[in-house]
Design a protein around this ligand. Structure first.
Ligand code: SF4
Length: 267
């Protein structure tokens, strides 16, 4: 058995064992917290990422919006394995600075970045029937836009993968406070979701960026701790939380785009 196959075997066994333990404890196989506490234990980010790469390569990829966490993970992956598999969701509304950092990353690490675009026909209907700023009218309208520009392309990006890697951190938002380093994503067919930086602080992220001189989005220097689509992101004010600049007209509890649904709260 190859090392990668051994890793997948171990991963599958670990998840199955923890599913069984969770089912006994809670009576539900989908009981995420119990199941995921059991496997694997919290470990340093580089170890978790290395484990995931060895277990799932090439059926694993990093979903990157090229924020600080994502460029850390690209650098970390590159140090573990030069076959960095990274994709991005090009919504058509990204800031110029995001394209700039994507190109700097592409050149620095000599990697390809796979861009996934929304379905052309769906965007044409959205803009023709609802205008160019429909996402400001209501949470439902905003989720409709995110659904077309992000969630549907994510489904295509993940097709055929066994695991995906994200830069989610618990500290980022109320909606992310329960994020585990390794968890199943029931909203996306049960694919394994690997969040190596789950327990990192903002200071940890920037220490890594500076130590390894990782290219990063210039908007971070202009008060943007979290960067998404241009019309839905602003700089944060002193004292505001890290995601206050995302969909700033919404309450904190709704601030997810559907890529990372909060258990029990839908997408
Ligand atoms: S972040 Fe804004 S522009 Fe981007 S997909 Fe969501 S609603 Fe649409």
């Amino acid at each position: 058995m190859t090392e990668a196959a051994e890793g997948r075997e171990t991963a599958g066994r670990g998840v199955r064992e923890s599913e069984g333990a969770a089912a006994e404890a809670t009576g539900e196989v989908g009981g995420m917290p119990e199941r995921l506490r059991a496997y694997p234990e919290e470990r340093p980010a580089a170890e978790v990422l290395d484990w995931a790469i060895r277990a799932f390569q090439p059926r694993i990829a990093l979903a990157s919006s090229f924020g600080a966490e994502d460029v850390v993970l690209i650098d970390m992956w590159w140090r573990a394995d030069r076959e960095v598999r990274v994709f991005t969701l090009d919504t058509g509304r990204l800031p110029e600075e995001t394209y700039e950092v994507m190109d700097r990353i592409r050149e620095r690490y000599a990697i390809a970045i796979a861009s996934y675009f929304p379905e052309r026909a769906a965007v044409e209907v959205l803009e023709r029937e609802r205008g160019f700023y429909s996402f400001r009218r209501s949470v439902a309208d905003r989720k409709h836009c995110c659904g077309i520009r992000k969630v549907e392309p994510l489904g295509r990006a993940l097709a055929g993968l066994e695991a995906w890697v994200t830069g989610l951190r618990r500290e980022q938002a109320e909606t992310r406070s329960a994020v585990q380093q390794v968890e199943r994503d029931p909203a996306l067919g049960g694919i394994l979701k690997v969040n190596p930086l789950a327990d990192w602080t903002t200071e940890d992220v920037w220490r890594y960026v500076r130590t390894h001189d990782v290219p990063y989005n210039r908007l971070h220097d202009r008060g943007y701790p979290s960067i998404g689509c241009a019309p839905c992101t602003r700089a944060v004010l002193p004292g505001e939380d890290l995601r206050a600049g995302r969909w700033c007209w919404e309450r904190p509890q709704t601030k997810e785009c559907g890529l990372h649904p909060v258990p029990g709260k839908g997408a």
